[in-house]
Design a protein around this ligand. Structure first.
Ligand code: FEO
Ligand code: CA
Ligand code: CA
Ligand code: CA
Length: 690
């Protein structure tokens, strides 16, 4: 008997994110025309020019291997990993209220039901604490947070606003401590300042917002025998980097005329990082931070050199251009070229200047997650989060040096400056006529196929006809257009599995897919008006770092499991939680994929889910937590004994303000709503989900 998990039927906010979120987070990206108007159908001669015959043959070989294995992603993976699950016995489900908590190892908890509670809801038997809130002092001399007495000087020493990506790094020599690195993507002025006048912000408010953006480094202390964490204020590693901090530009486009401004004629020194969304942690102990919707901070976009990044005409929402002319393109047209990069930070060196890595290209970087090839070279996967934009990778030309010696660390800080930048072209293996835009599976039973990595530039050498290497790096979207990259449904976070090496890409949604004049469904993006998104699984040939071919399939097609278009890697749908709008992804120590959502369109608040990627339970998706009203679940980290999430933009509901809050999280009525990091652990002290 088919018995689905409970699902809320109405969305109190009309579905998806509130208009407030759209305005402050992405500069209303979804209300503007899609910036990708290119007609970039596959251009055979361009590809042929860009790919060697050898690599093209290899790509073809990958397709053959995949086909021979019955459509499995077969690049060196055990067949077990793609075995179709048998229908489990009906007595072993994990329906709500059953009290049972079976599942794949690491996912043995009773799933949280979809809900709209104004709190972080965790499974029975789990506890939580707020690790750190917006405004908590982390640097020496910073005052305690007082929402009524905010100053830019105070904020520059306090934890920033709207925490997104999180990384936890080990801290040797200090017992039970780790280094937490957090992104602060953007500010919600109307929820930060009492009486905020959006038409006429004060200089102090603007400077507070500058200081509330950026990155935080803060050492955290573990509580003995639990997963609880607390910040260690004034630790010598603690840092804040924000809109007026110094960043160095490195790699092949550093110093380019396109990056020079009146204040920085060298094109190598930038003040600030903006809209840091997700990121990554490198095997050499640094963190990567995507600069995503940077376009929204710049006024007078009609003066922009290119029109592919969506800089708006006229004034900006936050009016920063009134207080610093570099945010006015009419006065400083190149300043916008100095944002939209991946930033690399060395959290272990509090005196280091973080770098903007031009070799990784410039676009709306959601995230950047590296994995090493078998011969030790970093490969960094990156999504450009915009409807119909592309998926990229960078392959370093250098090998990582192991160890923590000064020489090794210095060498490893150059790994992301030399290599090749590629963009993905995906081809389905089913006849195009079978992909009808409804999400109906083609006759071969899967949305799957092969792909090629199209090289865009290697160091100073461009592989794109008509573009110099510098142009490829600074206007990477245009390079992707020219070579016929596949228009994706908003590539968000990406994570290679530490177990299998397969790469998982969250494609969050694309409600413009299939609209008149827009690209229609293809096998990797198979639903028109795609509200719920999908997760792509990609297999690389790790023993050949120069490999240009890959195999792919859709691992999840998200939505209400009642919806026939949904797909959970073939797992029985009556045994999974509903999910919508996958955004951030992470792996736990058992090899399960964890997925957080942004803008879920099924009536529930956003949440965090775990899903097995291997074995008989592959595709069994279970909800672990939900976040408060208006919030997005970000930055998940899953360790043996704790789950860490960033609760971003709680209370961000249309019409809400400091005076009229929509949420009272985390401190209850009468207290200002504060984006915060939350740790969750098992109350009995055992590992998560075992
Ligand atoms: Fe900032 Fe693409 O989410
Ligand atoms: Ca197929
Ligand atoms: Ca995101
Ligand atoms: Ca998002």
């Amino acid at each position: 008997m088919r018995k689905l998990l409970p699902l809320l039927s109405t969305n109190p906010h009309g579905g998806g994110r509130s208009a407030l979120t759209c305005r402050y987070r992405c500069g209303d990206a979804c209300f503007h025309e899609v910036p990708n108007t290119s007609d970039n159908e596959y251009v055979g001669d361009v590809i042929a020019g860009a790919l060697s015959r050898r690599s093209a043959l290899r790509a073809a070989a990958v397709v053959t291997v995949a086909s021979a294995a019955g459509g499995a992603l077969a690049l060196g993976n055990a067949p077990e990993a793609v075995a179709r699950p048998q229908q489990p016995g009906t007595g072993h489900g994990h329906g709500h209220g059953s009290g049972k908590a079976d599942g794949a190892r690491g996912l043995r908890f009773t799933p949280v039901a979809p809900n709209t509670a104004d709190k972080v809801t965790v499974p029975a038997g789990y506890s939580q604490n707020v690790v750190i809130r917006w405004g908590e002092p982390i640097l020496r001399g910073a005052p305690a947070f007082d929402s009524e007495k905010q100053t830019a000087k105070a904020q520059a020493g306090q934890f920033g606003y709207n925490n997104d990506f999180l990384s936890l790094l080990p801290l040797r020599g200090e017992h039970d401590r780790q280094v937490l690195v957090a992104n602060h993507e953007y500010t919600d002025e109307v929820l930060m300042f009492r009486g905020y006048d959006a038409a006429d912000p004060t200089r102090e408010q603007v400077e507070i917002a500058w200081a509330a953006h950026g990155l935080s480094v803060v050492v955290v202390q573990e509580e003995h025998r639990t997963g609880k964490l607390a910040p260690v204020a004034r630790h010598h590693l603690n840092r804040r980097l924000h809109t007026t901090s110094e960043f160095r530009v490195t790699g092949p486009a550093a110093g380019s005329a396109l990056l020079r401004t009146s204040v920085d004629p060298t094109g190598r020194k930038v003040l600030g990082t903006l809209n840091n969304c997700a990121g990554g942690t490198t095997p050499w102990g640094t963190t990567l931070h995507g600069e995503e919707n940077f376009n929204q901070y710049f006024a007078n976009g009609s003066s922009a050199t290119d029109k592919r990044y969506g800089v708006g005409t006229g004034a900006t929402e936050r009016k920063w251009e009134r207080f610093d002319k570099r945010f006015d393109l009419k006065q400083e047209p190149n300043e916008v070229h100095r944002f939209g990069w991946v930033v690399e930070l060395d959290p272990y060196d509090p005196d280091s200047t973080p770098r903007k890595r031009t070799a990784l290209g410039r676009f709306k970087h959601e995230a950047a997650q590296p994995r090493l090839t078998d011969d030790g070279r970093p490969v960094v996967y990156m999504g450009d989060d915009e409807r119909f934009d592309y998926f990229y990778k960078f392959v370093s030309g250098k090998r990582m040096k192991k160890g923590n010696s000064r020489a090794a660390r210095e060498h490893n800080l150059t790994l992301l400056d030399e290599g090749t930048l590629y963009v993905a072209k995906l081809t389905g293996d089913s006849p195009a006529a079978e992909i009808d835009g409804t999400g109906k599976h083609p006759a071969d039973g899967e949305f799957d196929g092969s792909g090629v990595w199209i090289p865009l530039a290697t160091g100073d050498v461009s592989h794109v006809p008509g573009m110099t290497a510098e142009e490829v790096y600074v206007f990477t979207r245009l390079a992707g257009d020219k070579v016929g990259a596949t228009k994706m449904d908003r590539p968000e976070d990406v994570e290679p599995s530490p177990r299998t090496g397969r790469v998982y890409v969250a494609l969050t949604n694309n409600t413009d897919r299939g609209k008149p004049g827009k690209a229609g469904a293809d096998e990797a993006n198979p639903r028109n008006l795609n509200k719920h998104g999908q997760i792509l699984e990609l297999a690389e040939n790790w023993d050949d770092p120069a490999s240009d071919g890959f195999a792919w399939r859709l691992f999840l097609v998200a939505g209400d499991p009642n919806d026939p278009a949904t797909y959970f890697a073939g797992y029985p749908k009556e045994k999974v939680s509903p999910i919508s709008c996958p955004d951030n992804v992470a792996f736990d120590p058992h090899g399960n994929l964890w997925i957080s959502t942004d803008g879920a369109q099924l009536g529930s608040h956003d949440g965090l889910f775990g899903v097995a990627t291997q074995g008989e339970r592959r595709g069994e998706l279970k909800q672990f937590l939900t976040v408060p009203k208006g919030a997005e679940t970000c930055g998940p980290i899953i360790q043996d004994r704790r789950v860490l999430v960033a609760v971003q933009h709680p209370g961000e509901i249309d019409g809400a303000s400091v005076e009229k809050p929509a949420s009272v999280w985390p401190d209850g009525p009468g207290k200002i709503v504060r984006p915060s990091v939350v740790a969750v652990w098992r109350t009995d002290g055992r590992d998560i989900g075992v």
